[in-house]
Design a protein around this ligand. Structure first.
Ligand code: PLP
Length: 414
């Protein structure tokens, strides 16, 4: 019968195609029928050039290709190459290194860091806290490991970080559970493009310090900086990081480093998780526990990608070159976003507060119906729980200009 299932009880879940990939497929089908220039494919979560090809950083790819064969063939150490771990700390913090004990473990992208954090810093059945606008795989990874997602409202009525909603949710969850993992994707949040200000970070940390006054409560703040290299000036957009120094020992900060976007190495599956703690033992435990999890889940990571990062941060010249190439891409991205925002204003289209990043989000009711309506105009965007995600990263500027008006019209119909 169709109800017959072989999998264990905990793995029984509805089958289904990934929503975003399905929309991307539909857009590509439409391009075959109507011509690529007629189709707006705003579903892809990668930076594409104006011809729809993946944007790459040539210096990074050249460096990768120049590595000797053994760099590809050999294993990396389970924790990651030591030179990579040093480089990843530099890549994350640049000149904004906080005070404290800082340890790093290599993971397959930011995704791997999310996985280990959820598994090692929350208990089975716990809630993982994230805002109402969040990257879908947070839920997938939580559920894969027997946890559930709880959400607070990201924005207040002034379109700023909703500290009250955040605080209420933290308080509520800490009444029920002793371990709390908080996933916060900033700067250049996916899907909204929001970045917390330094004052908002300060308010978040002050509140967490208050909650941490009960020593049996353990709070892990996971800072997902997947898009940080497209979030503005290098040190300015990292200036909030200094605040992670000097926190109580029962607040652990974990930064998620990813080479996917910032180094255009999506397919190499390389990143790291980096802790900041005021307590040496907590940092050493972090290293030991997550190294064990590496061995227990995927063994080691991708050596050539690690070597690439190590070499970039050992050579000021290389780093300058990478940043030069990346600035060109960032420029292309911010021009698209500006054009979108400008035309959204003209069309009176309400959008989530965007500061930087790959996506702009339009809150609306009935997002499924609105995205279907948009497809009649060959515009392919992604419906989310409370709105529509438009990937400015994958749409040329001239198309970004015409979409807001169409969006406003489609939303008005429902
Ligand atoms: N976090 C967010 C918010 C993302 O959008 C992504 C990728 O799309 C990631 C983390 C992780 O990417 P990766 O595992 O490729 O580093």
């Amino acid at each position: 019968s169709t109800n017959f299932s072989m999998v264990a009880a905990h793995s029984r879940r509805p089958a289904g195609e990934d929503n975003i990939f399905a929309i991307n497929n539909a857009a590509q089908q439409a391009a075959k029928v109507h011509g690529a220039d007629k189709v707006v494919n705003a579903s892809v979560g990668a930076l594409l050039d104006d011809d729809g090809k993946l944007s790459i950083l040539p210096s990074v790819i050249e460096l990768l290709k120049s590595l000797p064969a053994v760099e590809y063939a050999a294993y990396a150490p389970i924790a990651g190459l030591p030179s990579f771990l040093e480089a990843s700390k530099k890549a994350v913090f640049r000149d904004q290194m906080p005070e404290g004990y800082i340890e790093a473990i290599a993971t397959p992208g930011g995704s791997g860091a999310i996985r280990h954090t959820i598994w090692n810093y929350s208990n089975g059945g716990d809630y993982i806290l994230t805002p109402d606008w969040y990257w879908g795989p947070y839920k997938t990874i939580a559920e894969e490991h027997g946890r559930a997602i709880a959400t607070y409202t990201l924005f207040d009525e002034k379109d700023q970080f909703n500290l009250q909603s955040f605080a209420d949710k933290v308080e509520e969850l800490l009444k029920k559970q002793d371990q709390l993992v908080i996933l916060l994707n900033s700067p250049a949040n996916n899907p909204t493009g929001y970045s917390l200000t330094n004052e908002e970070w300060e308010a978040v940390l002050n509140y967490l310090k208050k909650e941490a006054s009960s020593p049996e409560k353990k709070i892990t703040l996971f800072v997902d900086i997947a898009y940080i290299d497209f979030a503005g000036e290098t040190n300015e957009c990292r200036s909030f990081m200094k605040q992670f120094g000097g926190l109580p020992e029962n607040i652990l900060t974990i930064m998620a480093f990813s080479m996917s976007k910032g180094y255009t190495l999506y397919g190499m599956r390389c990143g790291a998780m980096i802790c900041v703690s005021a307590n040496k033992a907590v940092a050493e435990e972090f290293k030991a526990v997550n190294q064990f999890s590496n061995r227990g889940v995927w063994s080691n990571g991708t050596r050539p990608a690690m070597t690439v990062l190590a070499q970039i941060f050992e050579s000021p010249q290389l780093l300058t070159q990478v940043e030069k190439e990346r600035n060109t891409l960032q420029q292309m991205l911010s021009e698209r976003a500006e054009v979108f925002l400008e035309n959204a204003r003209k069309a009176n289209l309400k959008i989530c507060p965007y500061k930087a990043g790959f996506f702009i989000t339009i809150p609306c009711s009935n997002p499924e119906a609105v995205t279907k309506e948009l497809q009649k105009d060959l515009i392919f965007a992604v419906p989310m729980g409370k709105g529509i995600r438009f990937a400015v990263c994958s749409v040329p500027k001239d198309q970004c200009a015409i979409v807001p008006e169409k969006l406003a019209q489609a939303i008005a119909k429902f």
